[in-house]
Design a binder for this molecule. Sequence first.
Ligand SMILES: Cc1cc2nc3c(=O)[nH]c(=O)nc-3n(C[C@H](O)[C@H](O)[C@H](O)COP(=O)(O)OP(=O)(O)OC[C@H]3O[C@@H](n4cnc5c(N)ncnc54)[C@H](O)[C@@H]3O)c2cc1C
Ligand SMILES: NC(=O)c1ccc[n+]([C@@H]2O[C@H](COP(=O)([O-])OP(=O)(O)OC[C@H]3O[C@@H](n4cnc5c(N)ncnc54)[C@H](O)[C@@H]3O)[C@@H](O)[C@H]2O)c1
Length: 440
Amino acid sequence: MAGTTGTTGAGGATGAADGRERPIVIVGASLGGAKAAEALREAGYRGGIVLVGEEHERPYERPPLSKGYLLGKESREKIYVHPPQWYAEHDVTLRLGTAVAAIDPAGHTITLADDGRVEYAKLLLTTGSVPRRLPVPGADQDGVLYLRQVEDSDRIKAALRPGARIAVIGAGWIGLEVAAAARTAGAEVTVLEAMELPLLRVLGREVAQVFADLHRDHGVDLRFGVQVSELTGTDGTVSGVRLGDGTEVAADAVVIGIGISPATGLAEAAGLEVDNGIKTDRQLRTSDPDVYAAGDVANAFHPLFARHIRVEHWANALNQPQTAARAMLGQPDAVYDRVPYFFTDAEWTPRHPNEPVASRDKLSMEYLGYVEPDGYDRVVFRGDVKANEFVAFWLSGGRVLAGMNMNIWDVTDPIRELIVSKRVVDADRLADPNVPLGEV
Ligand SMILES: Cc1cc2nc3c(=O)[nH]c(=O)nc-3n(C[C@H](O)[C@H](O)[C@H](O)COP(=O)(O)OP(=O)(O)OC[C@H]3O[C@@H](n4cnc5c(N)ncnc54)[C@H](O)[C@@H]3O)c2cc1C
Ligand SMILES: NC(=O)c1ccc[n+]([C@@H]2O[C@H](COP(=O)([O-])OP(=O)(O)OC[C@H]3O[C@@H](n4cnc5c(N)ncnc54)[C@H](O)[C@@H]3O)[C@@H](O)[C@H]2O)c1
């Protein structure tokens, strides 16, 4: 786009120098950005909305990329946030394949990578996050794969052939979900993790062990406490992973899931306050009163925890934009105080053909709450851990900070209530499945 854009606005939009109303501009056309556009319209905003995204696909959701879509069980059409016509029908100007290069908060203008400029009344940053790169020799070879975008999922899908040797670096969410999909696809999988257990920072030792056992039971060669020193290869194609102790793990493809970094570059360059993400208040307003942030990139003040937290999960990118949209429209009661929530799913092939999938071969999990790695003093299990049907609670001083239900359903409401009420509970009653959670 050449020149400067302003579109007709109402309900919060302010006029540009030439008298036209400036739009609300959203940078980052993924789940967070698309949900923000939807929320603005639902809140009755009739002014201009410009949604700018670097990717060429219209906004889509990422969870299927490591699950159903990766396995070919879920169609491409299912991943999108809205049907293609939704944007025109809701008068949302969608600018795909367009990177935003700079923000000028004083001039209320963003500059696009092609030098075009767009003025804004309010700006929402939903720039998300980017995978951390593995800083070792050989990491730029063919067959070294990351997973963030739909094209990445397509590349990994092509590598998950029966009998293929897949090395996964990092036993976090990406690593474990890809490992499960790879096993289902019939590949041989080795997972290489730097810490002594998977998901250790999020789940702690007690529950991390459950995940380790589950994946080992399903044929994954899990190796902990390893240091990856090099990715080996021939003629520019990866052939294995060399570890610090000299061991080499042969691989036809290497999938790397070693965490993400919030995409804060634009915000930092614009002088916004950035500290583990873009810092916002409880209304998701950044250090500039006309700029907001939501989703993976936002380190938002959370009233329940009385501190800033940054949540890298789907539900946060789904729900925070509603608050940001209402706050941008000047609604003072727009405060983001939802209890953080996330889920994961995996399903392995039943051990006996024609048998239904048993709980040992299935991982359907929901997690509510927020716990720092050293922030709890006790884990209470309720149910049958060996059968993989249980709820785990993380407690501090007798109060429930988080709860995770594994292959058990319809318990998120009472778990949320336990967390929000902050009341001291009796751990024996919490562990007893005969005591309804609402009566603990
Ligand atoms: C494979 C995978 C599986 C996942 N599964 C789960 C799950 O099962 N459960 C769960 O709770 N969470 C899951 N997540 C996490 C969840 O998908 C993220 O939390 C969510 O995508 C965050 O959404 P977002 O809109 O904040 O950011 P993102 O999805 O990262 O989107 C940000 C967008 O902004 C664009 N952008 C960035 N900078 C610019 C710029 N300068 N100009 C223009 N555009 C820009 C990017 O290209 C991108 O399209 C998964 C993530 C991945 C990658
Ligand atoms: N179900 C879900 O909620 C879900 C699913 C997929 C992805 N995601 C999100 O996607 C993002 C990326 O996921 P991820 O799995 O990459 O990150 P993660 O932070 O969940 O896990 C990264 C893992 O890599 C390990 N690691 C780091 N450096 C390493 C190294 N050099 N060698 C070996 N191991 C190393 C860490 O110890 C950690 O266990 C996260 O924001 C995550 O929340 C969420």
